[in-house]
Design a protein around this ligand. Structure first.
Ligand code: TTP
Ligand code: MN
Ligand code: MN
Ligand code: MN
Length: 357
């Protein structure tokens, strides 16, 4: 086949933050397969190929067309030999045998099951697998297994928190948190972030930023909100992390760097048709002066990674939540809005709903 005009004219950046990616994924058949490979590499702590397939998936998600032949992919970045081989199989047979083999693998299946529990990461899952455990009932009846508080809540509310959260539920939760925050201080500001800010219809949790203009006050916001939710009888689990933010320290060099603001990981009971259900909620509370930072929690994870990677490799800057130049010396660049951050990095502004990379 002839390459289409589009493949010649449009150059696709290797950085997700220079692409516009909506929630409409026209290449799901490929990206679903890549995600299996990524999970499997992560379970085996193989980072290179894991990143490579994550980047490839992200590139395909940004395309306004479905790849129907490898001939149309010549101008696309981040598609290596291995990636193309998997795509070729899918184009030819409708599925990838490498992926099918992984999906049928007992270790993959077990680690996938165990890591689906809130509080269980790949390390713990691997430990349980090596002990010969293969199911939740194995884990829950093994006398040598000690579950931490988070994992106990994860098992307790497993059914509920595995179910997707709807936009309507996110809105209802927003009202509850908003009310709690305003009871503390009338000038509290609450913003929906994470996947729902990117326009997703469903999420695995609901993410909020909550802050106040009164400097320092944001530090006490989360503990008081948590306390209120407890008094209302809707707090099922809470894991609070106080701020370790230090404005005088240059940001981390790692492109996986998480922010250092006060945050908490919650499970809340929200009303639904059958009474109530458990929902995962994340709150982060940055100081007002770093408020453009919705960028830091809006995601997607790949979009954030590539913002940091571009800053470091192309702009000699470090980006945590505020851009920081490194040459000739460390210097934080003032940012008042999210648009300022893109501008400092020499990037066109990308709307939140275009960050589903
Ligand atoms: P998530 O809530 O994990 O993901 P999501 O909202 O994009 O998708 P889902 O619908 O599955 O919930 O993370 C949201 C953003 O928050 C993501 O960009 C990473 C960021 N984040 C942090 O910066 N620090 C943290 O500790 C966590 C958990 C997330
Ligand atoms: Mn989320
Ligand atoms: Mn998630
Ligand atoms: Mn979250």
């Amino acid at each position: 086949t002839f390459p289409t005009a589009a493949t010649h004219v449009v150059t696709v950046s290797q950085y997700a933050c220079q692409r516009r990616t909506t929630t409409e994924n026209k290449n799901k058949i490929f990206t679903d397969a890549f995600e299996v490979l990524v999970d499997n590499y992560d379970f085996n702590e193989v980072t290179g190929p894991s990143l490579a397939f994550s980047r490839a998936a992200s590139v395909l998600k940004s395309l306004p067309w479905t790849v129907q032949s490898l001939d149309t992919t010549h101008n696309l970045p981040c598609l290596g030999e291995h990636t193309k081989a998997v795509m070729e199989e899918i184009l030819r047979y409708g599925r990838s045998f490498e992926v099918e083999k992984i999906l049928a693998d007992e270790r993959y299946q077990t680690l996938k099951l165990f890591t689906s529990v809130f509080g269980v990461g790949p390390k713990t899952a691997e430990k349980w697998y090596r002990r010969g455990l293969r199911s939740f009932s194995h884990v829950l009846t093994d006398p040598s297994i000690h579950l931490n508080r988070m994992q106990r809540s994860g098992f307790l509310h497993y059914g509920d928190i595995s179910r997707a959260v709807s936009k309507a539920e996110a809105r209802a939760l927003g009202n509850i948190i908003d009310e709690a925050a305003h009871a503390i201080t009338p000038d509290a500001v609450l913003a929906l972030t994470g996947g729902f800010r990117r326009g997703k219809e469903f999420g695995h949790d609901v993410d909020f930023i909550v802050t106040t203009p009164e400097l320092g006050k944001e530090e006490s916001l989360l503990p008081i909100i948590i306390d209120r939710l407890k008094q209302q009888g809707i707090l099922l689990f809470s894991d609070y992390h106080p701020s370790t933010f230090d404005a005088t320290r240059p940001p981390s060099r790692s492109f996986e760097a998480m922010d250092h603001f006060a945050k908490c990981f919650l499970i809340l009971a929200v009303e639904d048709r059958r009474g109530w259900r458990a929902v995962r909620v994340d709150l982060v509370s940055p100081p007002w002066i770093v408020s453009p930072l919705p960028s830091g929690w809006t995601g997607s994870r790949q979009f954030e990674r590539d913002l940091r990677r571009l800053a470091r490799l192309e702009r000699r800057m470090l980006l945590d939540t505020t851009p920081c130049s490194t040459k000739p010396r460390y210097r934080f660049l003032a940012a008042v809005t999210e648009k300022d951050i893109f501008a400092h990095l020499g990037l066109e502004y990308i709307e939140p709903w275009q960050r589903n990379a």
